[in-house]
Design a protein around this ligand. Structure first.
Ligand SMILES: Cc1cc2nc3c(=O)[nH]c(=O)nc-3n(C[C@H](O)[C@H](O)[C@H](O)COP(=O)(O)O)c2cc1C
Length: 188
């Protein structure tokens, strides 16, 4: 019997058309196609968190986000850095997904974080903040390697991520994510 490919959910922290973060995510998606399925969830329509809306009748994009996270074996977050921190859209999505506290769809979920930036620091401060936020969700964040992609604009051509060295690094981290998924009691 052929084992089922792990089902990964990819989320970009940028809504921008032509976002480098989305190109990085697509690059990973293509590179692992034989081994895993990565579906990308767009945060475009997720509203701002409002506890008044977080009851029995949540906004449809929030229901879809939570279902997508619940149904996947692992998450890949690819984010830029805004003003030394996590872009609001991604933090907002994690806030929605994190409820109910300590019992949410993020609990025990294997998560790989990757950040990128046109600068030299590769979004390291956003990465640190993401790790801190995810600690509150009890998800299983891959500790090492920390994937930081600096000067990302030089590594993308016609919307395609083409930097072989960075891709190798991303694939090493992805293998750690797959190992974490395999060690999960409830998944592959
Ligand atoms: C509001 C804002 C704040 C930014 N702050 C940072 C920052 O703190 N560090 C950094 O490396 N780049 C920063 N940038 C530059 C982004 O890294 C750059 O715009 C990047 O292309 C955004 O990611 P994307 O291509 O995935 O949309 C900032 C950009 C914006 C729009």
């Amino acid at each position: 019997m052929t084992p089922t490919k792990p089902h990964i959910l990819g989320i970009s922290g940028s809504l921008r058309q032509g976002a480098y973060s989305c190109a990085v995510l697509r690059g990973l998606q293509e590179s692992v196609r034989e081994r895993a399925r990565i579906d990308v969830f767009s945060l475009q329509t997720v509203p701002l968190y409002n506890a008044d809306l977080d009851g029995d009748h949540k906004p449809a994009p929030v229901v879809a986000l939570k279902k997508a996270i619940r149904d996947c074996d692992g998450l890949v977050l690819v984010s830029p850095e805004y003003n030394y921190g996590v872009p609001g859209v991604l933090k907002n999505a994690l806030d929605w997904a994190s409820r109910p506290g300590y019992q949410s769809v993020l609990k025990d979920k294997p998560v790989l974080i990757m950040t990128s930036s046109p600068g030299m620091t590769g979004g390291v401060r956003a990465q640190g903040q993401l790790r801190q936020t995810l600690a509150a969700t009890l998800s299983r964040v891959i500790a090492v390697p920390e994937v930081l992609i600096s000067q990302v604009q030089t590594k993308i051509q016609d919307g395609r991520f083409i930097d072989v060295t960075s891709l190798k690094f991303m694939l090493e981290a992805f293998d750690v994510l797959l190992a974490e998924i395999r060690s999960s009691p409830a998944t592959h």
